[in-house]
Design a protein around this ligand. Structure first.
Ligand code: G6P
Length: 367
């Protein structure tokens, strides 16, 4: 079947808008009918068999892995190492036998990720691929493969595949917590109830598209943009910067908020927009204090937070975007939407080829 833009100007905007629907499908697929537990397709994964997890991927899929590290460690109390595939495949990492190796790839065909997967064959206890292509080389060469159910993604810059990867990885972290007794049945159920609310929250976030387009028209004039986040919002800051540079060709970098003073703050002047991804969570005040440091140096802050966060911290910021209030674990998935929309609208304002950015390929099947 031919994939159409369904009234959108670009595939990317269609794919951003599809996220509530495709994520609902992923939730239905992985949740038990009573909504009380996570159910994986055969063969099941028993997380009591592993002492640690290694997660490897490239590009946006790597940032999904990096986000999931926070979830697996905080929710399931299992240590996770993450790496990009082009490094992992050659660095001769020792793999202990009770390791679960997880590979995340939209296409399932990325050359470096496939080579990394082959490196762990026969070393790790099990190899799991999380992919949008169940027929791919990576899926075939794994012990288990989990679909992300995003549907065909045409835009070279990944959007719905990223949020579906995150959704599946969060459910996997809940399954790990369930198996390892790190969460009570009641707590797993609460987390799953939260997940059920995610499509509705994503729809609310999508309503900010016009407000984001207004800010983006001004971002399009910038030559350097910083993204800041703390905790699981740090990997999202990296992804937000990647998305922006991929399609708008504006230089952007993501940093952990707390690392700012160790170098990047030297870049800040009145021409530098700084995008702060900060839901009102337990680390909020720390991020706000980093944000004030950049404002004191003339940096133009765009604060993306919820009602409470904006009430407490929007004094003196250049711009703000309001997100709905969200349970902590879901914030990286929800805040992916404004990060994607900022990149999209900035690229549209600059008139670049949004769906086919220069020098990039959808799937990199050569080294
Ligand atoms: C390419 C794409 C990226 C993608 C990366 C990994 O660089 O342009 O959007 O994140 O490959 O692709 P994969 O199919 O392995 O997820």
């Amino acid at each position: 079947t031919r994939i159409e833009k369904a009234g959108h100007k670009h595939f990317m905007s269609k794919e951003i808008a599809e996220q509530p629907t495709v994520i609902s499908e992923a939730l239905n697929f992985y949740m038990s009918e009573d909504g009380g537990s996570v159910v994986l397709p055969d063969p099941d994964i028993d997380f009591t068999q592993y002492d640690r997890i290694v997660m490897v991927a490239c590009g946006t899929a790597f940032y999904a892995c990096f986000t999931a590290k926070y979830w697996f460690e905080q929710i399931a109390k299992i240590p996770v190492e993450v790496d990009i595939a082009s490094e992992f495949r050659y660095r001769e990492a020792p793999i202990s036998p009770r390791t679960l190796a997880i590979y995340v790839s939209q296409s399932g065909e990325t050359a470096d990720t496939l080579a990394a997967l082959r490196y762990t064959a026969g070393k790790a206890a099990s190899i799991l691929t999380v992919t949008n292509s169940s027929e791919s080389s990576m899926a075939r060469e794994s012990d288990m493969s989990l679909p992300i159910l995003a549907g065909v993604e045409v835009g070279v810059a990944s959007t719905k595949a990223f949020s579906c990867q995150l959704t599946v990885l969060l459910m996997l972290a809940l399954k790990a917590a369930q198996d390892r007794g790190a969460l009570s049945d009641e707590d797993v159920k609460t987390q799953l109830t939260h997940l059920r609310s995610l499509p509705g929250l994503l729809n609310v976030a999508l309503e900010q598209s016009d407000a984001i387009a207004n800010v983006a028209a001004q971002l399009a004039e910038s030559s350097d943009i910083l993204f800041l986040g703390r905790g699981a919002m740090y990997p999202l800051a990296l992804e937000g910067a990647l998305k922006l540079k991929e399609i708008s060709y504006i230089h952007a970098e993501g940093y952990a908020s707390g690392e700012l003073k160790h170098g990047p703050i030297a870049l800040v002047d009145q021409h530098t927009p700084i995008i702060v991804l900060a839901p009102r969570d337990k680390l909020f005040e720390k991020t706000v204090s980093n944000m004030q440091e950049v404002m004191a140096r003339g940096g133009k802050v765009l604060l993306i937070s919820d009602e409470q966060g904006l009430k407490e911290a929007s004094d003196g910021v250049w711009q703000s975007i309001q997100m709905p209030t969200v349970p902590d674990a879901l914030a990286p998935i929800l805040y992916a939407v404004p990060a994607q929309l900022l990149a999209y609208h900035t690229a549209v304002a600059k008139g670049t080829d949004v769906d086919q950015p220069r020098n990039l390929a959808k799937s990199v099947t050569v080294e």
